[in-house]
Design a protein around this ligand. Structure first.
Ligand SMILES: *Cc1c(COP(=O)(O)O)cnc(C)c1O
Length: 495
């Protein structure tokens, strides 16, 4: 029996895994969730003996049941190969009282590579399985990292085109340069005058535009999404939590079955939700520590039970977390609403209409495993400096938000449970902010001078992803207003 997926907003919409991957978003704006979460059928001790790719297969086979073993192994082995600069794929580094799970060893040096290096393979396989004749147009909104990782994953993949929208003034210079220098005949990059939420809303509107879908279909196109609302993003992210736990087990750092805590620097709530799904599948996790920057909607939500996006959007040094609408939270809301799609839909409609919603006490009681807090800009910078000075380990700004929140959690709770911190980007991606945190005098230098300084301070080679853009030519310069996203897509596709 195949594991099926249903929409969080309509219990009647039920699809297979490959169909959910193809569609990205459900018909009425809902997200696909598994109808039940299967339990691991291999022991943690056995998983501890496996490679990253083998663990990936054991986890993903349970969730993508309509893929054959051969198909899934092909996807996994094509994705997690020498594009990653370490055989471990996601190494764990012990530093500053925690285990940093380095998720930035892929081709674009942020954790989005963990899922986006496999998504194109999953999507192309899904298209074949479902006899899709149309070209697939990947439409993506990015706060900086998804865009490049998706572009790299889909560049020159036959039968696909990829269009990425990013906030023109809301990403780091290195992030922007990575995107606008992207090669590939099927890649399109557009800056918008607006913030990430504007980009994400524009993309979501196009997905649910039935008229547009018909015009596209007539021209031989259909949309899919590379955003973390796609279940094909979420499933591969469950893997590294299982991998990390089983490495701690293999190294004798924890006993079999011992619970750990997980700290995740959070934006769209995809990464932390993957950790939650890992627990539902049998991973021993005690607390999910949700770290926000000054855009602390989630902290307020976990504190009060009210999700309220009516506030100023703040640009921070951790731009990939500058988000006021955390899309994947909907999957958790649906769960704590007793998997009641009507209840969930009402809350999401209230978010659109009033910019906020309140959950009931009964729902809030189910969030006891979550702890939310946030880091102010000055605290994030202090953490980078402190961890560098005490451990010689250099955190990127997002990971430093997580480390700061972990310190606050420790001060609040005195909980000495072993803890994994998701390290979501290489410091080389946010070089200026990272180097300024260590010493403000660095601000006088150019971006690439700072890259070299960082390399010598961290005693880490400059990643290939940075070398690649040092002298790369700008290939994309389209900029549009946030109201012109639809027209821009039509122009690109010639429809
Ligand atoms: C995307 C991103 C995040 C936020 O992850 P979500 O899954 O959206 O919560 C955090 N850090 C970095 C570096 C990112 O690229």
């Amino acid at each position: 029996m195949d594991l099926l997926y249903k929409s969080t907003r309509n219990s009647e919409e039920v699809v297979t895994a490959s169909q959910a991957i193809l569609k990205g978003l459900a018909d009425n704006g809902g997200l696909f969730v598994p109808t039940s979460l299967p339990k691991f059928d291999v022991s943690l001790n056995d998983l501890a003996k496996m490679s990253y790719q083998e663990v990936a297969y054991e986890v993903m086979k349970l969730l993508l049941t309509d893929f054959t073993e051969e198909e899934l192994k092909h996807c996994i082995n094509s994705a997690y190969d020498s594009k990653f600069d370490t055989k471990e794929i996601a190494p764990l580094k012990k530093a500053a009282g925690a285990y940093y799970l380095e998720l930035f060893h892929g081709s674009t040096i942020a954790f989005k590579d963990m899922a986006l290096s496999i998504l194109p393979y999953l999507l192309v396989t899904s298209a074949k399985k479902n006899q899709i004749k149309n070209d697939i147009v990947i439409l993506t909104a990015t706060s900086g990292d998804t865009g490049k990782a998706a572009l790299a994953g889909f560049a020159d993949v036959e039968g696909t085109k990829i269009i990425v929208f990013y906030p023109k003034n809301g990403v780091s210079p290195i992030q922007e340069k990575q995107m606008v220098t992207q090669k590939g005949d099927n890649t399109y990059v557009v800056g918008i005058h607006g913030n990430f939420d504007d980009a994400q809303t524009g993309v979501k509107n196009m997905f649910s535009d039935k008229e547009l879908a018909n015009v596209m279909d007539a021209a031989g196109y259909q949309f899919s999404s590379a955003n973390s609302i796609n279940i094909g993003r979420l499933v591969p992210q469950i893997v590294y939590y299982v991998y990390a736990y089983t490495r701690l087990l293999a190294q004798g750092e924890i006993k079999d079955g011992e619970k750990i805590n997980v700290v995740v620097p959070t934006g769209n709530f995809g990464n932390i939700l993957a950790a939650y799904y890992a627990k539902e599948m049998g991973l021993p996790v005690a607390k999910f520590i949700c770290a926000s920057n000054d855009n602390k909607v989630l902290y307020d939500f976990f504190s009060t039970g009210c999700y309220d996006r009516n506030r100023e959007f703040i640009l921070t040094t951790s731009p990939s977390m500058d988000i006021l609408i955390s899309s994947n939270l909907e999957r958790l809301i649906y769960k704590i609403a007793g998997c009641d799609s009507d209840k969930n839909k009402a809350l999401m409609e209230s978010l659109v209409k009033e910019g906020k919603y309140n959950i009931t006490d009964e729902m809030k009681a189910q969030l006891a495993e979550f702890y939310g807090n946030y880091a102010k800009e000055s605290e994030t910078a202090e953490t980078i400096k402190k961890v560098y000075e005490t451990d010689g380990y250099i955190l990127d700004t997002h990971t430093a938000v997580a480390a700061t929140v972990y310190d606050k959690y420790l001060a609040d709770t005195k909980d000495d449970t072993k803890t994994i911190i998701a390290s979501t980007a290489s410091p080389f991606k946010f070089t200026r902010s990272v180097m300024n945190a260590i010493d403000e005098a660095y601000d006088a230098k150019s971006d690439f001078e700072l890259v070299d300084e960082l390399s010598s301070l961290a005693k880490v080679k400059v990643p290939q992803a940075i070398e690649d853009i040092r002298n790369a030519e700008v290939l994309h310069d389209t900029v549009c207003d946030k109201t012109e996203m639809l027209d821009t897509v039509k122009k690109i596709l010639g429809i």
